[in-house]
Write a protein that binds this ligand. Sequence first.
Ligand code: CO8
Length: 270
Amino acid sequence: GANMDWGTYKTLRVEQDGAVLLVTVDRPAALNALAGQVVEDLWELTGVLAGLDEGWPVRGVVLTGAGEKSFVAGADIVEMSAMDPDTAEVYGRRMQQVTLRLEALPVPVIAAVNGFALGGGCELAMACDFIYASANASFGQPEVALGLVPGFGGSVRLQRRVGIGMARELIYTGRRITAAEAHRIGLVNAVFADVPSLLEGARATVAEIAGKAPTAVANAKRALNAIADLGVEDGLDEEVRSFREAFGTEDSVVGRKAFVEKRAPVFPGR
Ligand code: CO8
């Protein structure tokens, strides 16, 4: 796609490579912990990315952490050590809003977990559409070890990803699990041997998505997120609404016509 101005950030690296936007949380000295500045940078960046459906300059975001040791080791415990409950509430709310913005982006976001995804790091990964991990990655919600509880959406999203029983066990024990275990319980979609192959795998999936109709992928993302909160009947209503909407797009006209004419579609992205 066209090269865009993604903004400049103190704690994030943002690099476009064709259809892929690679976003790297870049505070390796603190294992990429979510200091207030990182939360503000993520807030600003997700605001910029909300407009990706205009011209589709990229078709997916890959979110990772700097280095080969940590994705994000949680909230910044040094900053939090002096925090009072009112400040903590504002901080927690702000990061929750970042997670909602990630879920509302018109393109998929893949968490490429390259090491520790603990506390707020695991919560950030779960706000992404799905999670890939390198073999050295580990996951956990260790808040109880600090006298805290999950605050960036973990109480909501972990039980949806892995079921209530496993979520309770992970949150009550604060236990750290390996990438293999996270894969086994369905938290992680795929495990890669090392960090370079993890990033390559995430890129390849975005490339695969980029061959499909952008409006349909965005529609599917919106519908799946909306339907996660609904029962069967309301979910089916939402599905038929989004199905109907898909039929009204130029992408679907082009896609259906190309199939009938036995040629590859070139989607206009409208
Ligand atoms: N915050 C700040 N600094 C950190 C953090 C963190 N979360 N994690 C690691 N660091 C720093 C270390 O202090 C150390 O700094 P320095 O070199 O200056 O001493 C550096 O990163 C390297 O870390 P270690 O030396 O500890 O590396 P190890 O390989 O020995 O250990 C671990 C790695 C196991 C990841 C260890 O660093 C650790 O346990 N980190 C904390 C993990 C954690 O508990 N995370 C959850 C935080 S709580 C949270 O996320 C709650 C979110 C909701 C909040 C709600 C709103 C307020």
